[in-house]
Design a protein around this ligand. Structure first.
Ligand code: GCU
Length: 660
């Protein structure tokens, strides 16, 4: 039986799957061949599209040549997710070895639209570059007193949890799975990496709730994972220890995991934040993080599950006076010595930069230094440090730079990420899913880059626009590009300069506070004084962080003369008069970029204003309203950052503009 397409609750935006996106597919004579649950999903999609647009979808008919589109399982070995696409003699065919591949093939045809049904096309094989394309939801089951329901969530409450338990109505979760499949995402974890007491029990007596969510996502090929606490044997199991080498602890995890698989046979595995920002971990027992991760890998191994062990381990109780400790170094220092010690079922999940999802960071050196470990790269789709979905900040170009970056041994980060590409989700129960309607583009782009890390982000944005606005009137596509394409660089211009990072208000991380973290324990300093600004991370005179890179990066980063401008203050403390490659002094660069950034927001706001009538009124109004806030906030950033550096340095603006 074809699986009915999930019904969107009243008032919820269809994001990149509005019915009209299926127009080209829905008007055809279609045949679907094969059997299995995901084939029923594909059939359901086509039946719904045909119902709307006048086509016909039949099942397993004898081919009589009269079909425009044939989708079927074939004997070819295309893997579980690959598909072949071709068009010959007026018939478009999609073949896959597995139902998931067929589903991805269907969405490929949807993306192509009319082009999938014109001319001839030689057979193309499409396979995801990365087997795991995952979203981590930092959702709390119960509303947390400080963090709210979704930690770093800017799109309302959780899609999964309400009133302290799994939602009873899961239509929206089904629709979410469908959106994820359409951009290639195949896994999610459903709870916060900071596992509070209520969430810890999801692993044991509350696993049934996780199973309900997993059941809603499964028809779209999305597997469910769970964040667990390393201390679970103590807090849930009543054992005196969580020591990874203790026999009873190992037995406890084995048994708990067996029960998880009883409830969810295709369960993906665990996500663990250990010895990080106060979470329990193996250090308490004098054990290494490989020993900790391998404990969970062993429990998951009989069922084929994976543990995603996060590398976000650093001293968050640092003394700002201590210049020998450098947070940027921490992940490398902790984990590189363990290369080769992680079990096959353990994936080390590494944030893309060494700090914490700043608008500009170098690529984590860890990603080039653990060839014998399965690594996953973690991005942040939720805009914690990039405007919190009140500012437009399309992150595609930044992620693309990261994924194309090559460490010494020649592999790009996208190729090194054998354990997958993971991102912190930006979705909540907001009617637009992402708070800011244009932040949907970030989620879509993440999925497509996880499928193909070297894809052109601009082309991905084109896809997103074509799907989301299938009836786009003249001018809309250009307008959307105008406001999105450069938005990351615009955001960078009016916030912390030249890679130095932070300067945000402590706690919630929104808006400027240049010294907000300067004397805090978090290790996020800029060291501005009257002479200059930046962190000396060189080997010769600084923290030595630059030495964690191989060639050519270690040398390039070591000297302020060769260090790329955009990272200069991340690697060096330089005088305000230091001349950048651009020919400007650092102080003049700070002033100029802050004025320009605000001007660019003003322009983008005007472009958006000119799109009234081309975008539905509710979406237009929501974005317009957010532009007011973005502009207010950008001015605040400009004035605080410029005033701060003017007061520190005493150097006037070369162009005589008003600095408060
Ligand atoms: C950041 C973020 C936290 C989060 C942490 C993590 O520090 O502010 O909310 O818990 O990253 O990635 O674990």
């Amino acid at each position: 039986m074809p699986l009915p397409v999930p019904v969107l609750p009243e008032g919820v935006d269809p994001a990149w799957l509005p019915p009209a996106a299926f127009r080209a597919v829905g008007g055809r004579r279609t045949m679907i061949r094969g059997s299995g649950p995901l084939v029923e999903t594909v059939h359901g999609e086509l039946a719904e599209a045909c119902r709307r647009f006048g086509g016909r979808a039949v099942r397993d008919a004898v081919p009589d040549g009269a079909y425009d589109l044939v989708l079927g399982l074939g004997g070819d070995d295309l893997g579980d997710e690959g598909f072949a696409f071709a068009r010959e003699d007026g018939t478009t065919t999609v073949t896959a070895s597995d139902g998931r591949g067929l589903l991805y093939g269907l969405f490929h045809v949807v993306r192509l639209g009319e082009a999938a049904f014109t001319g001839a096309r030689a057979r193309e094989v499409h396979r995801p570059a990365l087997a795991l394309r995952m979203l981590d939801h930092w959702d709390n089951v119960a509303v947390h007193p400080v963090m709210g329901q979704v930690e770093r969530g800017y799109a309302g409450g959780s899609l999964f949890w309400e009133d302290g338990r799994a939602r009873r109505e899961l239509d929206r979760v089904r629709a979410y799975g469908r959106l994820l499949a359409a951009c290639g995402i195949n896994a999610i974890s459903v709870n916060n990496v900071n596992v509070h007491a209520a969430e810890a029990r999801l692993l044991t007596d509350r696993i049934g709730e996780v199973a309900e969510i997993a059941g809603a996502l499964r028809p779209y090929g999305v597997r469910t994972h769970l964040s667990v606490s390393f201390a679970a044997p103590i807090t849930l199991g009543g054992l005196p220890t969580a020591d990874p080498l203790d026999r009873t602890v190992r037995g406890w995890w084995a048994e708990a995991t067996r029960r998880v698989y009883q409830a969810i046979p295709d369960f993906g595995g665990y996500v663990v934040k250990a010895d990080s920002e106060g979470q329990p971990g193996p250090f308490a027992y004098g054990r290494s993080h490989a020993e900790g991760a391998n404990l969970l890998a062993a429990a998951l191994e009989p069922f084929g599950g994976t543990v995603h062990w996060r590398a976000f381990v650093y001293d968050h109780r640092q003394d700002w006076r201590d210049r020998t400790t450098d947070r940027a170094r921490a992940a490398y220092d902790h984990f590189v010595p363990l290369d080769g010690e992680f079990a096959a079922g353990a994936v080390l999940q590494v944030k893309h930069g060494p700090m914490d999802f700043q608008v500009r960071e170098p690529v984590s050196p860890l990603l080039g230094a653990m060839p014998r470990t399965r690594l996953a790269v973690e991005l942040q789709v939720t805009q914690e440090y990039t405007g919190q979905q009140r500012h437009v900040c399309w992150l595609g170009p930044m992620w693309s730079e990261v994924l194309r970056f090559r460490h010494e041994q020649g592999l790009s980060v996208g190729e090194v990420a054998r354990g997958g590409l993971v991102a912190v989700s930006n979705v909540g129960d907001d009617p637009f899913w992402t708070g800011h309607p244009l932040a949907q583009a970030n989620l879509y782009t993440f999925g497509r880059l996880a499928w193909q890390p070297d894809a052109e982000p601009g082309a991905v944005l084109d896809e997103w626009i074509a799907l989301s606005f299938p009836d786009a009137l003249e001018g809309l596509t250009g307008g959307l590009h105008a406001v999105l394409d450069g938005s990351w660089r615009t955001y960078e211009k009016y916030t912390a300069p030249l890679g130095v990072g932070f300067m945000v208000q402590p706690g919630h991380h929104y808006g400027p506070s240049v010294d907000g973290y300067e004397y805090s324990p978090w290790g996020t300093y800029h060291f501005a004084d009257r002479e200059g600004v930046g962190v000396d991370r060189g080997v010769a005179s600084g923290t030595g962080y630059a030495g964690q890179y191989g060639k050519p990066w270690a040398e390039l980063y070591e000297s302020p003369d060769t260090c790329p401008d955009e990272l200069l203050l991340f690697f060096h403390h330089v005088p305000y008069g230091h001349v950048l490659k651009s020919g400007k002094t650092v102080i003049q660069h700070i002033y100029d970029t802050h004025f320009e950034g605000v001007e660019e927001v003003e322009e983008a706001r005007a472009v958006w204003g000119s799109l009234t009538g081309l975008v539905d009124p509710a979406r237009h109004a929501r974005v317009a309203e957010r532009y007011e806030e973005q502009l207010r906030s950008a001015r605040e950033w400009r004035d605080q950052v410029n005033s701060y550096f003017f007061r520190k340095s005493g150097v006037p603006d070369g162009r005589g503009r008003l600095i408060h």
